[in-house]
Design a protein around this ligand. Structure first.
Ligand code: ZN
Ligand code: ZN
Length: 151
């Protein structure tokens, strides 16, 4: 017989797990108490893991927000540029009937790096928002062009 150091009950030796480091070759804690101990430890680990996961999520969200803020700031000029065109197109009836929105958007999307989409005949001069009136210009070319008609 052996007394468990946790529940203080005296039990049969078969109620204890083997533990070669102990003098009698058995754990000082009975199987029943060991089971409860292990279950609690597992629960504690899960809790710890959840807390860590939450922390990670929070950190990740903050990082992502910082990235988006930075991206928005760096591209603000571009955003303003395109939203102003879009707004103008909403109010002015200069939208051609031959090009689909998809084709026009594709043209904007495919512009080479550092280029703007330019209306050859400017919208302010009555030019149409049509693929046949669109071209790629670098930002510098676009600025120097102003509202002059090229081509
Ligand atoms: Zn016990
Ligand atoms: Zn068109």
């Amino acid at each position: 017989m052996k007394t468990c150091n946790t529940c203080n009950e005296t039990k049969e030796l078969t109620e204890f797990h083997k533990e070669s480091n102990n003098k009698d070759g058995l754990r000082n804690q009975c199987k029943e108490c060991r089971k409860i101990y292990m279950r609690n430890r597992r629960l504690r680990d899960i809790e710890k893991f959840r807390a860590k996961d939450k922390q990670w999520r929070k950190k990740y969200a903050a990082k992502r927000k910082a990235y988006m803020d930075k991206y928005r700031k760096e591209n603000e000029a571009k955003f303003v540029y395109y939203t102003s065109i879009r707004r103008r197109l909403m109010t002015v009836d200069q939208r051609c009937e031959c090009c689909t929105n998809k084709a026009l958007n594709e043209f904007y999307r495919m512009r080479p790096e550092g280029h703007h989409v330019d209306h050859i005949q400017p919208l302010s001069k009555g030019g149409m928002h049509c693929l046949s009136n669109l071209q790629y210009l670098t930002a510098a070319e676009n600025l120097s062009k102003g509202d002059k008609v090229t081509k």
